[in-house]
Write a protein that binds this ligand. Structure first.
Ligand code: MV4
Length: 494
C-alpha cells in the first residue's frame, strides 16, 4: 500500500493523512471548490478538486472519487466518517476498481445498516437487547399487543434509521395509531424502507459505546468504552473514556458482547458497538461500521493509533497485540468546538475565523482543519475542531479541559466552547449522573452569561484598564483586546 486517497475533508482528512505519512504512505486529497484553502489539501502529496461545494457534487460523488483514485494509481481509499463511509455500494465500487477500501466488507455494512438485520445477526450470541420486537411491525393491532406487554413509553424506530434518525416516542395507547402511521411514512420517505420496530423507551439513559478492532485472521478485540451522553439533537458535544459509571466487571462483559456483535457480522477494521445504559443495566442498540468522530479519546487512554491499525488491517496484517495487552491509562475528554450559537438554539454561526489561537500544554491534542483567517463553509458540518485532553484521573482531565477552554481564543464566529465549560463545571457532569437529556434538562442560554458582545467587552476592558491600572498584568488593552476582555469576563465572576 503505497498511496491512499482520503475521501473526506477537514480535521478527519488531515488526521488520517498524518498517520498514513508516518507509515511512509503517500496521500491524495480530494476537495470541493469551497475547500481549496483547506489544510488537508496542502498537507497531501497530491490534491484534486472534485466538484462544486455541495456534498452531492463533491464528497458524495463516488464515481468521480474512484476516477481520481484510478488516474493517480491509488492503492486504497479511506472514507473517514460521514459522507461515503457507511455506503456499501461505494465499498463495492472501490473493490471493483481494484482498490482497497479501508473499512469493513460491504456485507458487514449492510447487516449493521439495518437495525433489524443487526438484531437478527446477534441472536445466536447472548447479547442483552432492549425489550421490544425483533421484527417489523405493520399493524396497529400488533403494536398495541406489544405495547401491553412492554408498557409505555415506547420508542418506534426505523430499521433503516440510526444515529437518532427515524425515532418516535409513544406515551400511551391513544397515540399509537397516529404515531405508527407517521413513523412508517417518515421511514418510507427518508430511507425508502418503511420497516419499523418497537422498543421500551428508556427515558433517563446513558449512551455508552465500545470501540472494536478486528483483523482478517480471527482476532476480535475491544478497546474499552466511550461515554457519549452529552449531546443535543443527536449531535455529541462532549465524550470521555473511560465511563465514570461502569464497574470493571461490566466493562469486561460489555467488551465481550461488543466483540460478539463484531463476530456476528464477520467484522473487519475499526467499529463501534453502541449500548444504552440505564440503572446499572445495558442493552445493545446498533453498530457503527466506521471510524467515529470521538475515536481520539480511545487513542489517548489505550495508546493505540486507530487509523494506523485500520491501515494495517486493510493491508491484511494481523493485529500486533492481544486483548490482554490492552489496558486503560488515565482519562480522556473530548470537547467538540462547533461554529454554533448555544444562546440561539445551537444554530450554525458561519463566518470568518478572525482569531484562532489554540491552547497548549501537556496532554492536549487538537484535531482541526482550519487556520486563522479561513471561512467556515456553510455546506458542511460546522465543527471547527475537536480538543482532546488526557490526564491521570477524571478530575484532573476535567480541570485541564476547563483550563484549555479558557486558553482557546476564537473570534469571528460563536462557538460551543463556553457551553462545554458550563457542562464540565456542572455537578451532574462531575458526579457522572448525567443522561442523554442533560442539555434539555439543565441548560438555559442565560447560564452562559456571555450576552455582552465583543464590543461591549472591549469597552469594559478599556474601562477596567483605566480605572484599575494594576488589576491585570496584561499589556495594553488596545493590543490585547481579546485577552483583556476575557480576563474581565472572568473577573466578573464568570
Ligand atoms: C434509545 C433510547 C431510549 N430507549 N432506545 C439515539 C441514537 C440511536 N443510536 C439510539 N438512540 C436512543 N435509543 C431506547 N429503547 C434513547 C436514545 C437516545 C436518545 C433518544 C431521544 C433523544 C435523545 C437521545 C440521545 C441519545 C440516545
Amino acid at each position: 500500500m503505497k498511496k491512499i486517497l482520503v475521501a473526506n475533508r477537514g480535521e478527519i482528512a488531515l488526521r488520517i493523512m498524518r498517520s498514513a505519512k508516518e507509515m511512509g504512505i503517500q496521500t491524495v486529497a480530494v476537495f470541493s471548490e469551497a475547500d481549496r484553502q483547506s489544510p488537508h489539501v496542502f498537507f497531501a502529496d497530491e490534491a484534486v478538486c472534485i466538484g462544486a461545494p455541495p456534498s452531492s457534487q463533491s464528497y458524495l460523488n463516488a464515481a468521480k472519487i474512484i476516477e481520481v483514485a484510478k488516474a493517480l494509481n491509488v492503492d486504497a481509499i479511506h472514507p473517514g466518517y460521514g459522507f461515503l463511509s457507511e455506503n456499501a455500494a461505494f465499498a463495492r465500487m472501490v473493490a471493483k476498481a481494484g482498490i482497497t477500501f479501508i473499512g469493513p466488507s460491504p456485507e458487514s455494512m449492510e447487516i449493521m445498516g439495518s437495525k433489524l438485520g443487526a438484531k437478527a445477526a446477534v441472536k445466536k450470541y447472548n447479547i442483552p437487547l432492549v425489550p421490544g420486537t425483533d421484527y417489523a411491525i405493520s399493524t396497529v393491532e400488533e403494536a398495541l399487543k406489544v405495547g401491553k406487554e412492554i408498557g409505555f413509553p415506547i420508542l418506534i424506530k426505523a430499521s433503516a434509521g440510526g444515529g437518532g434518525k427515524g425515532m418516535r416516542v409513544v406515551e400511551s395507547e391513544a397515540e399509537f395509531e397516529e404515531s405508527l402511521r407517521r413513523a412508517v411514512s417518515e421511514a418510507e420517505s427518508a430511507f425508502g424502507d418503511g420497516s419499523v420496530f418497537l422498543e421500551k423507551y428508556f427515558r433517563n439513559s446513558k449512551h455508552i459505546e465500545i470501540q472494536v478492532l478486528c483483523d482478517n485472521h480471527g482476532n476480535f478485540f475491544h478497546l474499552f468504552e466511550r461515554e457519549c451522553s452529552i449531546q443535543r439533537r443527536h449531535q455529541k458535544v462532549i465524550e470521555e473514556a473511560p465511563s465514570a459509571v461502569l464497574t470493571p466487571e461490566q466493562r469486561a462483559e460489555m467488551g465481550n458482547h461488543a466483540v460478539n456483535v463484531a463476530r456476528a457480522c464477520n467484522y473487519s477494521g475499526a467499529g463501534t458497538v453502541e449500548f444504552i445504559y440505564c440503572d446499572g443495566e445495558y442493552y445493545f442498540l446498533e453498530m457503527n461500521t466506521r471510524l467515529q468522530v470521538e475515536h481520539p479519546v480511545t487513542e489517548m487512554i489505550t495508546g493505540i493509533d486507530l487509523v494506523k491499525e485500520q491501515i494495517r488491517i486493510a493491508r491484511g496484517e494481523k493485529l500486533s497485540f492481544s486483548q490482554s495487552d490492552l489496558s486503560i491509562h488515565g482519562h480522556a475528554i473530548e470537547v467538540r468546538v462547533y461554529a454554533e450559537d448555544p444562546e440561539n438554539n445551537f444554530l450554525p454561526d458561519i463566518g470568518t475565523l478572525e482569531t484562532y489561537d489554540k491552547p497548549q500544554g501537556p496532554g492536549i491534542r487538537i484535531d482541526d482543519g482550519f487556520r486563522a483567517g479561513m471561512q467556515i463553509p456553510i455546506y458542511y458540518d460546522p465543527m471547527i475542531a475537536k480538543m482532546i485532553v488526557h490526564a491521570q484521573t477524571r478530575e484532573e482531565a476535567i480541570a485541564k479541559t476547563i483550563r484549555a477552554i479558557d486558553e482557546y481564543r476564537i473570534h469571528g464566529v460563536k462557538t460551543t466552547l463556553d457551553f462545554c465549560r458550563y457542562v464540565l463545571m456542572h455537578d451532574n457532569f462531575k458526579d457522572g449522573s448525567f443522561h442523554t437529556h442533560f442539555v434539555n434538562q439543565y441548560f438555559k442560554p442565560e447560564d452562559l452569561n456571555t450576552s455582552a458582545d465583543d464590543d461591549e467587552l472591549r469597552i469594559a476592558a478599556l474601562l477596567t484598564a483605566y480605572l484599575l491600572p494594576n488589576a491585570s498584568a496584561k499589556s495594553s488593552p488596545l493590543t490585547e483586546q481579546s485577552e483583556t476582555a476575557s480576563a474581565w469576563r472572568i473577573n466578573r465572576g464568570f
